[in-house]
Design a protein around this ligand. Structure first.
Ligand SMILES: Nc1ncnc2c1ncn2[C@@H]1O[C@H](COP(=O)(O)OP(=O)(O)OP(=O)(O)O)[C@@H](O)[C@H]1O
Ligand SMILES: [Mg+2]
Length: 378
């Protein structure tokens, strides 16, 4: 029996929840030939949404679609490697002619990209060291996209990563190329809203005003819970409405976490009986148990001030006024300034996240499972 709650890979259509409005809006933006900046909290569903948009008939027939996640990259070399690899692997199933055209355009990589001389099968053997002149290869990649037989959409996920590259001119370089292109639209996505919005909204930066901005929110409760209940019915089983509500509420509808807990509850509960709130709670406990080791490791790497600040915020769930006397006192912290410093390092390590309500910042533990685990253990 297929578990209807996918927690890895690309989610096939019948198991994909909602996002109907968002999908329509993104398709419309693409049809109007605008680049897109897609942001959301981590694990809200950006990547899945991009793939879902790519599957829409209007997009699938009219565009070549590419997707690359540059989170692991730390230099322009690597980014160029990732982009060429993505194009290459998309073209392989399309046959020799398509591939040949690409190979002819990317001259700077001739030798490491092409066909295995013995077997004649396509091979991608580009090493970082082969990319001697990343700017040139990048230009060739964009030339290729510009000349492709169909319009292209290129999604670059975790785009904020380019601000960490040692090369100074990457933003301006990309912007210059992209501005000149008529045949390719870009979806820049990422979860670091602060960095990305700065990049796209400040007049002094190259990407200023170059995209339609789209912020992805949680799936509404009514829609998510009806979906979950229906999926479980389709699988020949049942769940109470209260249990579906609980799964949603535990994580305020944060997609990955809700989905994960439903996945585990489905996998581990008795298939003969209706899933109830206890099954959700059990799934939660088991999940926290299995993460024990990795969460302990995270805590282990923190210094004392970081740890006490993280614990204080986990205990609050959502913490505002973190540098107020009241907060510092309530959680027996050292001082407002040490809290402030700890928070800045925890944000950098993506252990904390925040929402800005206009007046102040509201902090929470970025990984909601870790938040629960800290509350259980400290
Ligand atoms: N529309 C959806 N239907 C069903 N499950 C979803 C949907 N969107 C997201 N999910 C679930 O949430 C998980 C995370 O989604 P996704 O990877 O798209 O989030 P993300 O915002 O790109 O995360 P990250 O910030 O880590 O890159 C998926 O693996 C899946 O389990
Ligand atoms: Mg993602």
């Amino acid at each position: 029996m297929t578990n209807p709650f996918f927690i890895t890979g690309i989610i096939p259509e019948p198991y994909f929840c909602d996002r109907e409005k968002e999908t329509q809006q993104l398709v419309r933006i693409i049809e109007n030939k605008a680049h897109i900046l897609l942001t959301s909290a981590r694990r809200m569903g950006k990547t899945q949404l991009i793939y879902h948009v790519y599957e829409q008939p209007a997009i699938k027939t009219a565009f070549h679609t590419f997707y690359v996640d540059i989170f692991p990259t730390t230099s322009l070399h690597e980014m160029v490697l990732f982009l060429s690899k993505e194009i290459y692997s998309n073209l392989v199933p399309k046959g020799k002619k398509a591939l040949k055209f690409f190979l002819n355009t990317i001259k700077s990589l001739t030798g490491s990209l092409g066909y295995d001389p013995v077997t004649g099968t396509p091979s991608f053997d580009v090493k970082l060291g082969d990319i001697n002149n990343p700017e040139l290869t990048l230009q060739e990649i964009f030339n290729y996209l510009e000349k492709a037989d169909k319009s292209c959409i290129f999604a670059i996920d975790e785009f904020q990563q380019i601000t960490n590259y040692p090369e100074k001119n990457v933003e301006a370089l990309l912007r210059t190329y992209i501005q000149r292109m008529n045949n390719c639209l870009f979806i820049f996505a990422g979860s670091n809203r602060h960095i990305l919005e700065n990049m796209f909204n400040s007049a002094a930066r190259p990407f200023y005003n170059s995209t339609e901005q789209f912020h992805l929110e949680r799936i509404p409760k009514e829609i998510y819970t009806s979906f979950a209940i229906q999926q479980i019915i389709n699988a020949g089983r049942a769940i109470t409405t209260d249990a579906a509500n609980l799964a949603y509420d535990l994580f305020e509808g944060h997609t990955y976490y809700v989905h994960h807990i439903l996945h585990n509850a489905f996998a581990n509960s008795n298939p003969q009986k209706t899933m109830d709130e206890e099954d959700i709670r059990n799934a939660m406990e088991e999940l926290l148990d299995t993460r024990e080791r990795s969460f302990s490791n995270i805590m282990n790497k923190l210094n004392y001030k970081q740890k006490e600040t993280l614990v204080a915020i986990a205990k609050e769930g959502k913490a505002s006024g973190v540098t107020s006397v009241a907060f510092v006192k309530k959680h027996a912290l050292k001082s407002a300034s040490s809290v402030q410093y700890a928070i800045s390092t925890l944000l950098e390590d993506q252990l904390l996240t925040y929402e800005d309500n206009g007046r102040s910042k509201i902090y929470s533990v970025a990984d909601r499972f870790l938040g629960y685990w800290i509350r259980r253990n400290y």
